[in-house]
Design a protein around this ligand. Structure first.
Ligand code: TD4
Ligand code: NA
Ligand code: ZN
Length: 311
């Protein structure tokens, strides 16, 4: 069934597991993610960035939002696993309202690059509107390093746990993304991977609410090798190691945003197939390996996060 993200995350919060939030931009990634969810009998959070809405809607974000709602609902309404659709990194009021109007389960208002009081004010505005429409809300505190959407923040600003408690009380958001040292993309750490577990622990103790980890892709070595075998150059790529990811779940992370791992799996499969099948030009054939690899990464992640058999 198509559900509210909050329902999925409240259960995960109570039972201390995490649910992956997988980003999509097209049909094929959605198909592969849903197949993984069915196989693992796991709840799924499908999420789209503002860029995805623009891409699918050919420049019109409301059309994009409506297309994603229709696609996701078509799958959700016909399956036993709970599926939610979330707007990831909503920054633009027009896009956030379009997602709410189109029927998204939840929206993120990302005002984390603003001073605290402005982040609070903006978030409160969105919470009032979204809650009136039965839509749950995610917000972010602190800043991820690396290129975040169109905000290149060189240094990550880690969450202040006391500020987090004040923020959630003031804004009444449903789930919070505390920055604890991750960043978006495939190049998360120059040296050893390290996250601030202590801050995470404190935020959980102070807020007791479902928490979100952004920049949570692991950069799956198996996929990097396949892709590089067929011409990719992913030198220097490094993600969040599985043991560190598991520790964040143990400490209270309940939603794990995953985009890069699926992108790398898909392109590895695409490169492999195209190189080995020079005569093929049927998209239902030449994207098959790509989808299979995405499904594999999805299934493994659902298992790792503990949401398998929780549908
Ligand atoms: O936190 C994450 C995922 O992090 P990851 O890169 O570790 O998978 N996300 O929020 C996904 C970010 C998606 C960015 O999308 P656009 O390129 O369309 O702007
Ligand atoms: Na999000
Ligand atoms: Zn993110």
């Amino acid at each position: 069934p198509y559900v509210n993200t909050k329902d999925i995350l409240e259960k995960a919060n109570k039972e201390y597991y995490a649910v992956a939030a997988f980003n999509i931009n097209n049909l094929e990634f959605l198909q592969a993610i849903v197949e993984g969810g069915i196989e693992k009998k796991s709840p799924l959070i499908i999420e789209t960035s503002e860029g995805a809405m623009k891409y699918a809607g050919m420049g019109d974000p409301l059309r994009g939002a409506s297309l994603f709602v229709k696609m996701v609902r078509e799958f959700a309404d016909s399956l036993d696993i709970p599926i939610a659709l979330h707007l990831d990194h909503g920054k633009n009021f027009k896009y956030i309202i379009s997602a709410i109007k189109a029927g998204y389960s939840s929206v993120m208002i990302d005002a984390s690059d603003k001073p605290l009081e402005e982040n609070i004010k903006t978030t409160k505005d969105i919470v009032r509107i979204a809650h009136a429409a039965g839509v749950s809300v995610e917000a972010e505190l602190g800043k991820l390093a690396g290129i975040e959407d169109n905000v290149a923040s060189a240094e990550s600003v880690l969450v202040n746990p006391d500020e987090a408690k004040y923020f959630v009380e003031e804004t009444q958001v449903d789930f919070l993304a505390p920055a604890i040292g991750t960043s978006h993309g495939a190049f998360k750490f120059k040296g050893e991977a390290k996250l601030d577990f202590d801050r995470l622990k404190k935020v959980k103790e102070l807020t007791k609410m479902p928490l979100v980890l952004h920049g949570a892709s692991s950069v799956v070595q198996e996929m990097v090798e396949i892709a590089e075998n067929y011409g990719a150059d992913f030198g220097g790529s490094k993600g969040v190691p599985s043991d560190i990811l598991k520790e964040t779940v143990r400490l209270g992370i309940n939603k794990v945003n995953t985009d890069t791992d699926l992108r790398m799996a898909f392109v590895a499969g695409l490169r492999e197939f195209l190189q080995n099948n020079p005569k093929e030009f049927d998209p239902r054939k030449y994207m098959e390996t790509a989808k299979t690899y995405v499904k594999k990464v999805v299934s493994d992640r659902l298992e790792l996060l503990g949401s398998a058999n929780k549908a």
